[in-house]
Design a protein around this ligand. Structure first.
Ligand code: PHE
Length: 344
């Protein structure tokens, strides 16, 4: 009997089924109602009392071992079967996932914001649907004045036929809101989307993005304006970038100017980006017209200020040489992917 037990034990321990059928055959052979273990217990009944004492224990241990082995094999076969059903190999490495990239306009906007933040400017926002007062009248555009035509406006006609609501044509409207609702000093920039009624082409779009800025305090002068914008350009386009101011006209600033920088592509030698002049225009600016301050409830005898406004698309073009404005809003991933950044 001991011989048989030894033999079966060795066989059982060495057993490794390739599939469920083999395991079932194993169960029937050892643990079945007509199995070998059953036979051993039958044989046990026939042995003498001396052997009974020895084998009672041995036989029970052997049976437990066989049952344990069977349970163990069944479990590992079952869990293996599940993974096979799903067609998965859980040991394969993961697929990973693609990391997105920031939109070039967001990248440049954030860069502009960072530069002005370091100079103590805060960020202000306002609505894209504006009334006539905030977009025009408070900014010194008289009713029916041709200056209103400088910016082709999308008016929104209301039920009663009036159209004093419009999509904002510039974020100067946010400057008005800020001045109306606070007290000087003001030092803020206003990034945001603006709308103009233009036919869409490579060079124009019916919406674009601006960052405007406002600085109002006692004794603010044109020299402050020049120094602030000069510093901004050195930070954005690198030391040595030249600037020049040309007289211009805006209803809300007096004097007004447009600022050019030396062409970022050819460094002033002349190329088709700067139309062979060596200079490119990047923003409008000027001293806030005293009428605008008064319209917003600010004492223009005590306070002066400067304002400026730039298009983010233009600034981005000069940085990345993007020849067609439409690319910014078409969501073509092949275009957007080129601006990979560390965004996590
Ligand atoms: N609001 C002007 C525009 O949209 C830009 C500007 C802002 C000019 C502030 C001067 C001062 O064209």
């Amino acid at each position: 009997m001991q011989e048989k037990i030894d033999q079966y034990t060795a066989d059982i321990l060495a057993f490794s089924p390739a599939n469920a059928d083999e395991l079932e055959a194993f169960r029937i052979k050892y643990l079945g109602t007509k199995g070998l273990i059953k036979d051993l217990f039958e044989e046990f009944k026939t042995v003498g009392p001396e052997e009974k004492r020895v084998f009672g224990k041995v036989l029970n241990q052997f049976k437990q071992m066989a049952e344990g082995k069977y349970a163990e094999l069944k479990e590992s076969l079952d869990s293996g079967a599940k993974t096979q059903d799903l067609g998965l190999d859980l040991t394969l490495p993961g697929d990973g996932f693609e990391v997105g990239s920031r939109h070039p306009l967001s990248l440049v906007r954030n860069e502009i914001i960072d530069i002005f933040k370091r100079l103590g400017f805060v960020v202000a926002e306002g609505p894209e649907i504006e009334d006539d007062w905030h977009n025009f009248s408070a900014l010194n555009f008289p009713q029916e004045h041709p200056a209103r035509d400088m910016q082709d406006t999308f008016f929104i006609r209301k039920g009663d036929g009036s159209d004093d609501i419009a999509l904002r044509t510039h974020t100067s409207s946010v400057q008005v809101r800020m001045m109306e609702n606070g007290k000087p000093p003001f030092r803020a920039i206003m990034p945001g989307r603006v709308y103009r009624n233009e036919a869409i082409s490579a060079r124009a779009h019916c919406f674009f993005h601006q960052v405007e800025g406002l600085y109002v305090d006692e004794n603010v002068s044109f020299a402050d304006l020049k120094q602030t914008l000069f510093h901004f350009v050195q930070e954005l386009y690198g030391e040595g970038t030249k600037v020049r101011f040309r007289p211009s006209y805006f209803p809300f600033t007096e004097p007004s100017a447009e600022m050019d920088i030396s062409c970022t592509i050819c460094k002033g030698d002349g190329c088709n980006m700067c139309k062979y002049t060596g200079w490119v225009e990047i923003l409008g600016c000027g001293m806030v017209d005293p009428n605008v301050l008064e319209n917003c409830g600010i004492d223009s005898k005590k306070y002066t200020g400067f304002a400026f406004g730039m298009g983010i698309e233009r600034i981005t073009n000069l940085k990345y040489v993007i020849r067609d404005l439409r690319l910014f809003s078409e969501n073509d991933v092949r275009f957007l992917k080129q601006f990979q950044t560390d965004i996590i």
